[in-house]
Ligand binder design. Sequence first.
Ligand SMILES: [Zn+2]
Length: 162
Amino acid sequence: MEFYQGKLHPLLKIKCQSARDIGRIPPKLKMLTGTYILQSHRIKMYENETDLMCFICHQGDETLEHFILECEGLSDIRNPITDEINAILKGSTNVDFHEQTSKVKMQILLDITMLRENLKLDTKLMAKIEYCSRRLLFLLHTTRYSFLSKGWKKDKKNVKVL
Ligand SMILES: [Zn+2]
């Protein structure tokens, strides 16, 4: 995935629909630029961190792909929005989102502008999909954080006060 420093990313040129929509951009940009911190990144950053396992579903390593596309614990949040994206895409391009490879799905969700020519998307359609993907990634982000803070609370309870 490419990101040009000092140049406005094409994603940011897509018109925002509301103030709330604008607030959803930062986590998405972090995911896009590889600076979003998941377990798989933590392991590289901290020596004492050895668990790659996703703490939400405990069924796989928490990679960006797992988090965005696969994690079962997040499917209730993910499915309605990917269905929405599928309906938009299928309605105008005949592309079935659910039938795409993980790589293409990630591309659609993280940076639809790269597929603009391939899928012959017009600006309006791209904005619609971008609106959905921002909402999806933001919801995944906030849900992951609520799982994280629940975990912390649990840990605190286990700490014995001497
Ligand atoms: Zn998971």
